[in-house]
Every structure is written in C-alpha cells, then in structure tokens.
Design a protein around this ligand. Structure first.
Ligand SMILES: Nc1ncnc2c1ncn2[C@@H]1O[C@H](COP(=O)(O)OP(=O)(O)OP(=O)(O)O)[C@@H](O)[C@H]1O
Length: 274
C-alpha cells in the first residue's frame, strides 16, 4: 500500500493554479526526488501535503500517522542551545529523549549539544532541522531543498544520512531540489514539476519521445540504475545516456520507443496514454 497517494491535486493562491492537476504516489521506504526549477511549485506541494495549506482540490490519501517536515529554514530557537531545542521539540511531539538518541548520534548532533543554535554552521543547522523532523516522525519526512547553501562535502554528508535513514530505519522521504544531480545520489524515484504540472504528455512535435505505457510517472534514471546502464552529466546537470544495445534492449523490454542517438533525460517526455 502506498504511504501517500496524491490524485488530481490542484492549488491556487489567487487566480492561477500553482499546482495544476498532479497525481503520484509514494511507497513506504521510498526516497522520492521532487525536482523542478525555482518557482515550479515544490514548496507549495510540500506545504499542501503537510497540511499547511488545507484548501487544495483533488484527493490526498495519507497512510501514515505522523509527518516530519523541514520546509525552508528549520524553525529553531536561536538563543537556546541545541539540547534545549531538542528537549523542547521532544515535549512538543510527546517523544522521549531516549527514543531519538540513536538519530542524534547518527546525525552527529551529539557533538554540539551545548552550542547555541545561533552559533551553528549551516550544515550543523540542517542536521538539527532533520533531527527535529525525526522527532516529529520516524515514518515519513518531507525535506524542502535540504542541501541549499551547503558546500559539496556538506551536501554529500547530508544525502548519505538521508539514505541511511531510509535503508536502515525504513523512513520514507520526499526530498526536493532544483538540481537533479544532487538527488540522483539517493533517490529511487523522481517526479519532475514544471510550472505546477508533472512533466508528461508534452508536445507531440518533440524531436524524440519515450512512451511509457503502464505507469504515469516513471523515473528513467531509476530504471537505468536498476539495469546498471552508465550515464553521465553535463555541466548543467542534465543526464546523458548513449544509445547502446543495452538501452535498446531496455526500451524493447519496457515497450519504450525513442528516437535520437543521445537522450537527454532532463528533456525526456513521458506519455502514459500510449
Ligand atoms: N504566498 C504566496 N502567494 C502567492 N503566490 C505564491 C506564494 N508562495 C509562492 N507563490 C508562487 O507560487 C509559485 C510556486 O512557488 P514555490 O515556492 O512553491 O516554488 P518552488 O519550486 O518551491 O521554488 P523555489 O525552488 O524557488 O523554492 C511561484 O510562482 C511563487 O511565486
């Protein structure tokens, strides 16, 4: 059973729909990448799922009891120590401090419990934010652009922690980023938002297409990974895969059709109606 099912979701702040008829589901233990340019609606979508914006149209089926969120900057008490913040949030979410000590240790927050939050580096702050999300729920967590502002090492460390939390503790995540390349290290599935819509059923005049008959939103990246097909990135973060026998075989197996020697996955078009 999916932990989250979103069906025909729509949302508008005023006249225009910012989220425009999107459907997808998240399975337990997934790390779902939510990719999209600035302004494409990632934060809005997370706020709808977390209930901050209750007045959306469509259907959201939630098969979880608690949700942890880290949307925009972590809301922490800056003039208090890390430990004081943790204790406060444990009380707020009615969790025992003992219950979260394994996460505190894993995230390395043990090392700066006595520091005031105002004195933390961005990387430390994000870890404390993630820990607070874990206090709220060790079931399902939404992370909005958690790698923003971190240096490459900080990004790598944070992403590998998310991966461990999913693989070793069975925690489900939706993680957003405007950089596909960041998420590729950890996600097993993706949705791509473009002006509030999921990227699919795009122009029939496109030079090439991939038709995916049985699923509405598919990550070709996960498929390529699963099949151990090599791919590379351009500087812009696009993913390039050479058309090889293996790719052709995958396409045949999955009844996918494409034309073009090089596929640029950030320009892949999905069509579930074929
Ligand atoms: N409170 C608001 N009132 C009106 N419009 C808003 C509000 N918040 C966001 N928007 C608009 O909704 C659209 C989607 O914004 P959103 O913040 O969800 O995108 P995003 O993909 O998270 O972008 P970013 O990567 O820059 O955070 C944008 O056009 C934005 O201007």
């Amino acid at each position: 059973m999916a932990i989250l099912e979103v069906q025909n979701l729509k949302f508008r702040y005023s006249k225009d729909y910012i989220i425009n008829d999107i459907s997808f589901s998240v399975e337990k233990g997934d790390i779902l990448g939510l990719v999209g340019e600035n302004g494409s609606g990632k934060t809005t979508l997370m706020k709808i799922i977390s209930g901050i914006f209750p007045n959306s149209e469509g259907k959201i089926v939630k098969n979880f009891s608690e949700l942890g969120v880290l949307i925009e900057n972590p809301s922490l008490y800056n003039d208090r120590t890390v430990k004081q913040n943790i204790t406060f949030f444990c009380k707020l979410y009615e969790k025992g401090y003992k219950d979260i000590s394994q996460y505190q240790h894993l995230l390395g927050v043990d090392n700066y419990l006595k520091k005031k939050v105002s004195k933390l580096s961005l990387g430390m702050r994000q870890r404390v934010g993630l820990l607070i999300a874990l206090i709220a729920s060790n079931e399902f967590i939404l992370l909005d652009e958690p790698t923003n502002g971190l240096d490459p090492r900080g990004i790598k460390e944070l992403l590998s922690l998310i991966k461990v939390l999913a693989s070793d503790f069975g925690i489900t995540f939706i993680v957003s980023s405007h950089i596909l390349q960041n998420l590729d290290q950890i996600c097993n599935n993706y949705i791509i938002l473009e002006s509030g819509k999921l990227r699919q059923n795009v122009s029939s005049e496109a030079e090439y297409k991939i038709y995916i008959p049985d699923i509405s939103v598919v990550s070709l990246l996960s498929l390529l990974k699963e099949k151990k097909v090599d791919y590379t990135y351009t500087d812009a973060g696009d993913v390039i895969v050479e058309k090889t026998d293996e790719i052709e075989r995958i396409c045949q197996e999955r009844n996918l059709i494409f034309k073009k020697r090089k596929l640029n996955l950030s320009e892949v078009y999905f069509d579930d109606k074929k």
